[in-house]
Ligand binder design. Structure first.
Ligand code: NAD
Length: 401
């Protein structure tokens, strides 16, 4: 049984009926017409289908981006001119922050207040690179009486951008901002769990005056569209964020082409609390560190190492505060932990919760909240007394644990 969408009252108005690729300035379906389902993380019902890109679609998108690079104005514009376009992009993103947050929260399950913060940060990322390129200088190094060595900064070509499903819009902006600022053209392959917000970039870029073909978007599965992008000979740059195991495969697939790679992979960050710390501040910071963004963040402080003399006090207070973290519908402004992105990911996080019960001492959470019998909801969960060789200590869980 699933919760009917209507009972939650949380479906955004004007959702698209179908999500397409955006290639050479036009929205298009896949060459073979294939689609995949996108689920609402609260009900796990399909709410939209998206075009499922394959090699043929990537070929078209790369050809459009390559044409814009070799024949179009973008790589040849002065940094100041590109900077103006990037600032306009930031202005538009800022002016639509509430709509962006609404769609992002619905698609990914992130709490609406945090999705709003991520939309603003996306705008800020464009501003940062807009300012950077006008301030950046080329360099010359003189070897007295013998040589003059230059560093010339030039766009390289088509950049392939492959992004994960956590904070998707903001993470895409991290890659789009620098790739476009430096005069490259791009093909973006967003994560298949969360393609909704990525489909907004095309309209934003058109309105800001980005020339046709500079930005291209192909939706689809990693092993189809992502793989074809990584292996395309006309894509000299790949920027990837995602799981370490996927990163290692992409590294290998890009190696024969000697591509330029940027990799942001998994994490298991520790926070360290010493006995002389302000424990209230330390608890607030470490609660936020792991439970914000549903714990679905590579920078989640998912291990806390506490000095022994304050350990018991810290654990008791931390567990009590974790119990007060509000789990709720993603669109509720009071929600601090929403719904995990997808039932597959939910199952993975829950398997770690069960494993944790055998590897540590459960002091908070430990399962699904009673008030949410369906959907991908997890109670903020805390284990104490976990040995450093335990799997929950070593492996990225990527949830509120
Ligand atoms: P994932 O590796 O499963 O997928 C990421 C992207 O890669 C998706 O777009 C996917 O379709 C694509 N992909 C999958 N297989 C591919 C292949 N063979 N070739 C090309 N592309 C392929 O990761 P995810 O589950 O979407 O994201 C969660 C992971 O991302 C976590 O491990 C997290 O730590 C990491 N992450 C890291 C950072 C960082 O900055 N270091 C930020 C956010 C997320």
């Amino acid at each position: 049984m699933t919760t009917p969408l209507a009972t939650t009252g949380r479906t955004p108005a004007d959702l698209p009926e179908h999500i397409q690729h955006y290639i050479g300035g036009s929205f298009v379906d896949s060459v073979d017409g294939d689609t995949f389902d996108v689920l609402d993380p609260v009900t796990n019902q399909t709410y939209v289908t998206a075009a499922a890109g394959k090699k043929a679609d990537i070929d078209l998108a790369v050809a459009a981006a390559r044409k814009a690079f070799t024949e179009g104005p973008w790589p040849r514009m002065l940094p100041r001119e590109r900077s103006r376009v990037l600032h306009r992009i930031a202005d538009i993103v800022e002016s639509r922050d509430e709509r962006l947050a609404e769609l992002e929260s619905f698609d990914s399950g992130l709490p609406i207040t945090q999705a709003l913060g991520q939309a603003r940060r996306a705008a800020e990322n464009f501003r940062f690179f807009a300012d950077l390129i006008v301030a950046q200088t080329d360099d010359a190094f003189k070897v007295p009486g013998r040589q003059l060595n230059y560093v010339n900064r030039k766009p390289i070509g088509v950049a392939g951008l492959i992004t994960p499903w956590n904070t998707p819009f903001m993470l895409e902006s991290w890659k789009l901002g620098p790739a476009l600022a430096t005069g490259n053209t791009v093909v973006l392959k967003p994560a298949e769990f969360t393609p909704l917000s990525a489909s907004l970039w095309a309209g934003i870029f058109e309105e800001a005056g980005l020339p046709e073909g500079v930005f291209n978007l192909v939706n689809g599965l990693g092993e189809d569209a992502g793989d074809a992008l990584v292996k395309h000979p006309d894509v000299p740059l790949i920027s990837f964020t995602g799981e370490s195991s996927t990163g290692s495969l992409i590294f290998a697939n890009a190696a024969p082409f000697l591509k330029g790679l940027s990799m942001e992979l998994g994490g298991k960050s520790p926070a360290i609390v010493f006995a002389d710390a302000d424990l209230d501040a330390a608890i607030d910071a470490t609660i936020f560190g792991v439970f914000s963004l549903n714990g679905e963040r590579c920078t989640a402080g998912s291990r806390i190492l506490v000095e022994r003399s304050v350990y018991d006090d810290f654990v008791a207070r931390y567990a009590a505060q974790a119990d007060r973290v509000k789990v709720g519908f993603p669109d509720d402004p009071a929600t601090e932990v929403g719904a995990l992105v997808h039932p597959e990911h939910y199952a993975k996080v829950m398997s770690y919760v069960e494993l944790g019960k055998t590897e540590g001492r459960l002091v908070a959470g430990g399962g699904r909240p009673e008030e949410f019998p369906e959907g991908n909801f997890v109670r903020p969960t805390v284990f104490a007394d976990v040995a450093p060789d335990a799997r929950i200590f070593q492996e990225e869980i990527f949830g509120p644990v």
